[in-house]
Design a protein around this ligand. Structure first.
Ligand code: FNR
Length: 190
């Protein structure tokens, strides 16, 4: 059986190290997982004024989340928190009230930084947001990647073998977690 994973890259940068990390994680994931990016760059800023008539970009976003078996966030940390573009996308997905698209979706969080703590504070903030949205999260292992010269090649190839081994392990754990949550969500399961 295969599972569709919708993934968010929390950076709009054309040279994003988080996009490079997401690509590496996808390449190391079990074959059962099929990945589709859920783009965030074209969304307007969320306002409750849109709730009565969501714009097309936001409808597409909500449908992409709802059609995914699991969600993966790969994001930088901005000023010790979630980048605005990603938080905006999450806000769109959570509304209008009563139609939270993230409810019960198994989620994973990863991040890359040039700084020493590898997006730890952003991830902690994300966990609060996803808890409020009733989205189960893979708690362990955690993916805090510090990108240094030699982590990735110019073409995005992952050069760090121990990181590759760890990311492969993470994706196996994430796959098992998605399967567990989907089984728990199935009708008839207590
Ligand atoms: C950063 N950066 C950063 N890094 C970090 O570890 N903690 C932080 O709080 C911040 N804050 C921050 C704010 C803003 C506005 C920018 C632009 C950058 C540095 C960040 O880790 C670095 O720019 C990464 O390359 C961002 O990831 P992407 O965009 O390359 O995926």
């Amino acid at each position: 059986m295969s599972y569709t994973i919708g993934y968010f890259v929390g950076s709009l940068s054309s040279a994003s190290i988080n996009r490079t990390l997401a690509d590496a994680m996808i390449s190391l994931a079990p074959d059962q997982l099929e990945f589709r990016e859920i783009p965030i760059g074209g969304l307007p800023l969320y306002s409750p004024d849109h709730d009565a008539d969501y714009p097309a970009e936001a409808r597409v976003l909500k449908r992409a989340i709802e059609e995914s078996d699991g969600i993966l966030f790969v994001s930088p940390e901005y000023n010790r928190s979630i980048p605005g573009a990603l938080k905006n996308a999450i806000d769109w997905g959570s509304r209008p009230w009563g139609t939270n698209s993230f409810a019960r979706k198994p989620t994973g969080i990863a991040g890359a930084s040039i700084g020493a703590i590898g997006t730890a504070v952003m991830q902690s903030s994300m966990r609060g947001v996803l808890s409020f949205l009733d989205a189960p999260q893979l708690n362990a292992p955690e993916v805090y990647v510090r990108v240094e010269p030699g982590t990735f090649a110019e073409d995005g190839t992952l050069l760090d073998d121990s990181l590759a081994q760890f990311l492969r392990h993470y994706m196996e754990e994430y796959c098992a977690f998605v399967q567990r949550v989907l089984a728990a969500n199935a009708p008839g399961h207590i």
